[in-house]
Write a protein that binds this ligand. Sequence first.
Ligand code: F0G
Length: 459
Amino acid sequence: MVPKRNSWAEPYKIKMVELLKMTTPEQRKKALAEAGYNTFLLKSEDVYIDLLTDSGTNAMSDDQWSGMMHGDEAYAGSKNYYNLEKAVAEVYGYPYLIPTHQGRGAENILSQIMIKAGDIVPGNMYFTTTRLHQELAGGIFHDVIIDEAHDSTSDFPFKGNVDLNKLDKLVEEFGAEKIPYLCVAVTVNLAGGQPVSMANLKEVRKYTEKKGIKVMLDMTRIAENAFFIQQKEEGYRLKTIAEIVKEICSLTDGATFSGKKDALVNIGGFLALRDEGIFEEARNMVVVYEGLHTYGGMAGRDMEAMAIGIHESVQDEHMKARIGQVFYLGDKMREFGVPIVKPIGGHGIFVDAKQFLPHLSQDEFPAQTLAAEIYLDAGIRTMERGIVSAGRKSNGENHYPKLELVRFTVPRRVYTQAHMDVIAESTARVYERRNSIKGLKMIYEPKYLRFFQARFEQI
Ligand code: F0G
């Protein structure tokens, strides 16, 4: 009998490979201690499968590489800038473009232009760099994501949604004039890559229009969000990813973008706008922090690769394989009983460290500990997304996020299905010996974004 074919497969084949180094358990023990039990401080050379992030770690296509050869490295008016501007207008529908070196460059400019000291900036869960730039500009961040997002066991399909009651409460309390914009992230990173529904985005648009509040999108993983809308939301099954992406953008006033994720490049980002006045201000500010407004911190060749990557990112076959691979890994982990955030999100598998290591208190950094143990087992590098990433409040107290997660982030078009098997098997081995795992204590804490450089010791 012919099996019913429903598996995903890559819409590409491999032309060049990068050789990996295998390490011994002794080598990994030493490397981890030298890195202060922080996976960010490991040398990439000492890593076998690198799931630290999907940011800038994607494999470019032959078209993108050939685009690199068409780099016009003129200081002003590079043709690649105009190609990127055209791609952003065609795929996302934003008329005004400010290129930046990566996403946080755009966040800095947007925050500085729009936010005044004491302003309230609501968002559907925080992202580390985004919130920091809002705070550095004098803003006060308020989380307005639905409660389900903070519950790793909730199966709600659109856990990225904005809770309009929470938003309305802020408007009632502070007044709309205190809110420069609502920041909406698509596939919410720290919730586990959880999507926002189109219905929610429409309601948000309706409400904010009524109140005169702008909506700024963090569209870093917009094509992945569009995939979930296509698969799960009524009325979208027959729409293409490209159509859904355009519709999402149409409900917003502008966007910040890290090209290092969806757009399949290693570096780059932008701020995109509809309002000519804000654009003029941003165009002036980009020359202070990034570079001239026709390159903003990117080489011409990088802008070209990003323009091509943007088009590739909204192909249905690409997204089906991309998310198919993430689901494959998640399903495997579940088979082994590993507790993961439900439902599986877009860019990786998020393991629930509180459930994995229930004997550790949050002050013993369960997710940081688990990421270290996962590295020790087979050289797989993951990332903490819990109390360390959440940082401190303005009064110096730790944030205690409900979610204490280890992110197994899957780079796009980089690893194979056999790699996914190895990852799940290694995690299962660590799960088997979970009761013997001890926590960590922090021995060095930097002032900003501490998760990048903090150091730990075993208790
Ligand atoms: N917004 C989101 C949702 C992100 O995930 C990131 C980066 C940024 C903004 C900032 O962009 O790195 O280009 O400056 N996330 C990476 C990650 C670092 O690993 O999740 P950037």
